[in-house]
Design a protein around this ligand. Structure first.
Ligand code: SF4
Length: 319
């Protein structure tokens, strides 16, 4: 049984212009101990999908239909009390910007004490601080720094603190939402290496959300490429990188510099993602796709199995 199973999930943002489908009929599952990379441009629905797994969609967003099951727990329909237990304890979430996620007037140790004692009220403050020191030590942060405030840490160290908070309760699943966005490339590489190490040593299951397809190549076992709220392509990382099928996946890969390709000409994806309040008919990628043909402008492609992957593109659908 997969640890995380999502079926036909639809999440809408109700705006004065339209009900915008930020996540549209997304289905995927993740086995224990594996890493799933969710990749796509900003606004493609990957963070909304991540937040849905903890029922943390901010208003006016709403899960409209579908199913999310985490280790047998019906996330969409379980009582509020149960979902609070899931957050932090079963699923750790690393948010995008550590500076806005940490309370600037609270010492680092106090963040850990609050997190641990909310879920385990019987734990004494001293024991919670001891656990915080152990977790921070594992992340390369000196134990005495629990007495420091967030602004006394560098961006990379703050992100390590966020990872520590997400791990403090020993969750089964860790969701990292753009964990390296505000970091320079050296620190980014350190954080990704750290996540990989932790995944191996703690036996974690990891969902990595990023717009950087290069990070996915290094870390994920499976990849879901999202475009305009839908999955464009889904498959094992090796197969998908070796032979990307969807024109959007191909374009994403062609826009990444590769030092092994001498004389590589970098390309870009023309145009912009569609306005989901007024989506185009047919394939949502057709206004930007170099291979678009008549059927693409009229009929929405379904996500269908092709070899070992799944792809939503009429080029592969002979029906
Ligand atoms: Fe391009 Fe058509 Fe495939 Fe969409 S369905 S990605 S427009 S070829």
């Amino acid at each position: 049984m997969p640890l995380l199973d999502i079926q036909s999930l639809v999440v809408e943002y109700h705006t004065f212009r339209a009900n915008v489908k930020a996540v549209d009929r997304v289905s995927l599952s993740l086995e224990k101990g594996r890493t799933l990379g969710l990749v796509g441009e900003s606004g493609c629905g990957k963070s909304t999908l991540g937040l849905s797994t903890l029922r943390l969609i901010p208003p006016p967003g709403k899960i409209v239909s579908g199913q999310i099951t985490l280790d047998g727990i019906d996330i969409i329909n379980c009582p509020e009390e149960e979902i609070r237990r899931v957050r932090g304890k079963r699923v750790g979430y690393i948010f995008q910007d550590p500076m806005t996620s940490l309370n600037p007037v609270k010492k680092i140790g106090a963040h850990f004490v609050e997190m641990i004692r909310t879920h385990e009220p019987g734990v004494a403050e001293g024991d919670a601080l001891k656990r915080a020191k152990e977790v921070l030590g594992r992340l390369g942060i000196l134990p005495e720094r629990i007495n420091d405030f967030p602004h006394q840490f560098s961006g990379g160290m703050r992100q390590r603190v966020m990872i520590g908070l997400a791990l403090a309760l020993g969750p089964d699943l860790l969701i990292a939402d753009e964990p390296t966005t505000s970091l320079d490339v050296i620190v980014e590489a350190q954080i990704i290496e750290l996540l990989k190490e932790l995944k191996e040593s703690l036996g974690l299951t990891l969902v990595l959300i990023t717009h950087n397809i290069g990070i996915i190549a290094e870390t994920a076992d499976h990849v879901a490429v999202m475009y305009a709220g839908r999955i464009a392509e889904l498959g094992e990382t090796g197969a998908l990188f070796e032979k990307p099928m969807h024109p959007y996946t191909q374009a994403l890969l062609n826009s990444v510099p590769n030092i092994t390709k001498k004389g590589q000409v970098l390309s870009w994806i023309p145009g912009a993602p569609p306005d989901l309040a007024e989506p185009p008919p047919g394939c949502l990628f057709h206004p930007r796709c170099p291979y678009a043909f008549d059927r693409c402008r009229k009929e929405e492609p379904l996500l269908l199995k092709h070899n070992s992957s799944k792809v939503a593109c009429h080029l592969y659908d002979r029906s």
